[in-house]
Design a protein around this ligand. Sequence first.
Ligand code: NAD
Length: 417
Amino acid sequence: MSDVNPYQSLRTQIDEAAEYLDVSDGHVERLKNPERILETNLSVEMDDGSIEVFRAYRSQFNGDRGPYKGGIRYHPEVSRDEVKALSGWMVYKTATSDIPLGGGKGGIVIDPSEYSESEMERITRAFAKELTPMIGVDRDVPAPDVNTGQREMNWIKDTYETIENTTEPGVITGKDLSSGGSEGRVEATGRSTVVAAREAFDYLDKDLEGATVAVQGYGNAGWIAAKLIYEMGADVVAVSDSSGAIYNEESFDPVAVKEFKRETGSVVGYPDAAAELTNDELLTLDVDLLIPAALENAIDESLAPEISADVVSEAANGPITPAADEILSDDDVLVVPDILANAGGVVVSYFEWVQNRQRFYWSEERVNEELDATIVEQFWNLVEAYEDRSLPSLRTAAYVVALERVLDASDQTGTWP
Ligand code: NAD
């Protein structure tokens, strides 16, 4: 994994897209910088009575199209620049999906596996207390990201509602169903990744039935993508997690692999694996579809020339560095960019927010159909921009379309000084 600064990657991606727009340097510079960042230190009592201090961030990147929206990540490598990048990608993701939200992101520098559930609850509630003045249903609406899920979202909602003396489920998304969550939210990110891949195969006139697929990362995004693409008739020949990768040309049953990982903590050691691989070996397998679903910078310029997949659908945020992206584009690898391919999480978060505000809840079927329709419509919008404007990649097309939408909103709202 490369150590390319993800915030620099974001800036480069915006610069590249801005070349195709008639826009001033100042306008572009504004859209490359967050509006504000909270940086705080949480002092929390541990189970043994000691106090530990955790660095935490919330970046509100841009709110011209609506309330800031984006997840909260718990990881030892969370940093100010990573949070800035992730919050910026959210702006371009909500704009690419054309939902009326801006972009934000937050995180705590922590390895959650080292703490008990009650410690995690106190840490999360301490963060929620810091977040409360800056979040709100019309202000900033957090959601889950790496190592956070319904449990953390419920704690944040409860802390916010207690301080504000209100009931406002729409202050956060990715909640448990009984706390106002949406049907289909857990599967949404993986679902958009495979819907986008399905459309990309259609665009290339390739058959998904029997296509070979490799999935890097077997967390929420990766395992659901594996399950859904398998249900569409593809063969999931390789999957991985942070411990390594497994391979079988006959296709794994993703549900059985998930069950094994739940029991043992890893996909590695799965009895039906014909071979064990490194993560880099998985990424360079000669497959029809590659789904990077772990962390950013998984594919850098040293690995890019070895990528053999025809289509890459990015479930992770920023898994391909800009230098690698150029190589893949030259090699005619069709990359469906993260800001569309993994937008399912935020699109269904948006549906959750809408349902919370209406106090009226949709069926899972309706959520999945609306998500499918959103991704299909926006995928073909990107293809149109890519072809009509002769853009170098679908990623550039996504940034061009998204930048135009954000710039339009900024013009309309008179956000410029
Ligand atoms: P997760 O914590 O559930 O899973 C992450 C997975 O990646 C785990 O299986 C972990 O073992 C694996 N992993 C970590 N480092 C790895 C490495 N170096 N090599 C291989 N595997 C590695 O997280 P998630 O929610 O599935 O998120 C994964 C990616 O998808 C992140 O980039 C996240 O920002 C993005 N994403 C997630 C959502 C969502 O709704 N969950 C939405 C949009 C984007």
